[in-house]
Design a protein around this ligand. Sequence first.
Ligand SMILES: C[S@@+](CC[C@H](N)C(=O)[O-])C[C@H]1O[C@@H](n2cnc3c(N)ncnc32)[C@H](O)[C@@H]1O
Length: 255
Amino acid sequence: MSKAGSSTESSTGGKAVYRNHAHYIAEGWSAEPKESFKQLAGIIAKKRAMSGLKVLDVGCATGELLGFLSTQIEGGSFVGVDVTPELLETGRRLLPQARFVRASALALPSELDAGFDLVCAIGCMSIFDETQIEAFWDNLFRVAKPDGLIVVLSPLNQFGVDAMIRHRKRIDSRLGGWETGWNTFSVDTIAELVAARGGKLQIEPFRIGIDIAPRADPIRTWTISVGENPRQLTNGLKLLVDHEFMIVDRRMSYP
Ligand SMILES: C[S@@+](CC[C@H](N)C(=O)[O-])C[C@H]1O[C@@H](n2cnc3c(N)ncnc32)[C@H](O)[C@@H]1O
């Protein structure tokens, strides 16, 4: 096992690993921007002028978000960080104007310190457990400029419960190893972590506006009708998944 945080294999200190990335290469970028990306662009536009921003995407996969933001932010500069070399190679090919760096969200290189007007981390916070979540937020604060904007999207729990979840699945009847990716922290825990770093947490719900059917991989989310909600996200872990945007605008931070 390699050093903690330096690869997907080690992203939870040897207990469970993040492996669910192959589809990002197999399926390529979506023809239409993802709904979450469009909502994110709206959040950014409410907070900053959409020009000249230095943008860092943590857990960038193949750079799909950076590609979208490069169409929304005029004259921006774009850096993506991920631990998976194949994803970064694909990103370099699809978005040559961006820079792709291999690094863990838990150990971002010091060359990135205080360098970014906008730091995004979409769909990767839930990879990290209670021993890693502080390092995750420390790193985001460290690479954001003192007046920067941090936006994280991840499932959160509204009942004050932190749930550390590991799963394993069978593909073609073959049992796989233990995986991470669905750890769900409470809003309260994240608000405390952010406040301890001098920030103020704002939450904006992401609720999907389209139906999604189950796919062959049971870990990927789909929508079901639950009570008043016609599009509750769920997955083969039998979770009710509610993604929330966590917004920290350091222009509004406590002293
Ligand atoms: C669910 S995917 C989200 C990808 C992309 N942000 C998106 O929204 O389409 C999680 C990403 O986090 C990356 N990842 C896993 N462990 C990481 C770590 N320790 N540091 C940075 N990225 C990591 C994976 O390789 C994968 O690209």
